[in-house]
Write a protein that binds this ligand. Structure first.
Ligand SMILES: [Zn+2]
Length: 450
């Protein structure tokens, strides 16, 4: 029913549904049989009526700026026994609620909505909710992730339709629970999630295969995105935004050369899991994978600044690298993605050889890159470092992670947002890529010398 949210359809939807009650998280509780009935009779009717309206409103809808439901307010109230989370909305949506442990989190998935709430609204929670964040999780899907102070159970979830001046509200009531109660909630919500995914048939992210096999394929990976904002600068710059800008600029430069096939792991403000990023490089059989970041450092290292190039290693080169990898590897936890168990160390000798070769190519590229950056921008001391970054783990794709600078440093933040600096940085990275592929491109030259 997406894309059918004209004013009429909204009215119909809210009149029909009234108050939807959802118990123990997950789907609205209307009983198994009645749910089946709704699916069989009511839903097709609603869909039909809505599509008629959609047809009628086609022209109007085309002109409308956005037809996404808008979240205009959010609050948390209550105490450590009982906490209520409220979202003000302009139309009714159906939430899907699930949980994840270690650390305890509650996840509210919604169809794509527009969050029109003050920045930092979720920084301070209350009662059972320590803090919360929100954003686009995937195409057509928005997500709220709450960090909980401990195990909870979802006591009640309901939607109050708009009345007079009051906006419609989505209400989620949490009560404190035991770890085992939370564990069974997690299990149930996971099963429900898999079920609904099966029913809706999630869109597969099919990748466009390389157009020209002769061209080296480069994957640029702007870090974070959507619900995972990454670091926030002293002046409020968001890491997810500047790394996307930088990756797009770099892609333009590489495209101009006509020498490469360049892909981005994300082209908008969408969340992509670390595992998916690695898969994209692997599936495209990329020749080079560059993850782009601009983090913030903890533990009082406010003065750390300058660009850094990281490669993968089992043991971190130093404490800063270890801390950074740890915070980068948190991306999936932040977005409420279930972590896969680390695959057991594969002992296959061929795979091991491939991995070694890939690692030495990664280090080789890192060295070229550092050399190129040296003459262009300020670098941190020991600019080539290493640690266990999950995003660099493709065994067959040479991969590096570039920290453009540190958003925790105000001077770096100023540079990262300056047009002139970004030009210089992008030119230097492009130059190092030319250097890395020069031997291969030279071999491919068919034009004989005069
Ligand atoms: Zn980052």
């Amino acid at each position: 029913m997406t894309g059918t949210k004209g004013p009429h359809s909204r009215q119909i939807a809210s009149t029909m549904a009234g108050i939807i009650e959802i118990k123990n998280g997950m789907k609205p509780q209307v009983g198994r049989t009645s749910r089946a009935l709704i699916k069989a009779i009511v839903l097709p009717t609603v869909v039909f009526v809505l599509s008629v309206f959609t047809l009628l409103e086609k022209n109007v809808a085309a002109m409308a700026e956005t037809d996404k439901p808008v979240v205009s307010g959010a609050r948390v109230a209550g105490d450590a026994d009982r906490t209520r989370f409220v979202l003000d909305m302009d139309s009714q949506v159906e939430p899907s609620i699930s949980g994840l442990a270690s650390p305890y989190r509650l996840i509210i998935d919604l169809p794509e909505v527009e969050f029109s709430i003050p920045e930092g609204a979720g920084d301070n929670g209350r009662g059972l909710v320590r803090d919360w964040r929100y954003g686009l999780f995937a195409a057509g899907k928005s997500r709220i992730v709450m960090d909980l102070t401990g195990p909870v159970s979802v006591d009640n979830t309901f939607f109050l339709p708009a009345v007079d001046a009051q906006p419609a509200r989505l209400v989620v009531d949490l009560v404190s629970a035991t770890p085992s109660q939370f564990a069974s909630f997690v299990k149930r919500s996971r099963e429900a999630g898999q079920e609904s995914e099966k029913m809706t048939g999630t869109k597969s992210d099919r990748l466009v295969p390389p157009a020209d096999d002769d061209k080296p394929l480069i994957v640029l990976d702007p870090g974070h995105g959507g619900i995972d904002t990454g670091a926030t600068g002293v002046a409020g710059t968001l890491e997810k935004a500047i790394v996307l800008d930088f990756a797009s600029l770099l892609k333009d430069k590489l495209d101009e050369s006509g020498l490469y096939d360049v892909r981005l792991t994300r082209e908008d403000d969408t969340f992509i899991s670390l595992k998916r990023r690695v898969e994209i490089g692997h599936e495209l059989e990329a020749d080079l994978f560059i993850s782009i970041h601009a983090d913030s450092v903890r533990r009082g290292r406010k003065f750390a600044r300058g660009a850094t190039v990281y490669t993968l290693s089992d043991k971190a080169s130093d404490q800063l690298a270890e801390d950074l990898a740890e915070s980068e590897n948190m991306s999936d936890v932040i977005a409420g993605v279930e972590l896969d168990d680390e695959p057991a160390e594969v002992t296959d000798i061929l795979l091991d050889l491939a991995r070694r070769e890939t690692r030495s190519f990664s280090v080789y590229f890192a060295k070229i890159l550092v050399n190129e950056l040296k003459s262009a921008v300020r670098l941190i001391n020991n600019p080539h470092r290493s640690a266990g970054f999950r995003v660099l783990k493709a065994h067959d794709v040479p991969s590096v992670l570039v920290e453009l600078g540190y958003l925790s440093n105000q001077h770096d933040e100023k540079l990262l947002t300056s047009e002139e600096w970004r030009e210089r940085m992008a030119n230097a990275v492009a130059e190092s890529i030319h250097g890395f592929f020069r031997p291969r491109l030279a071999r491919k030259q068919v034009t004989p010398s005069q």
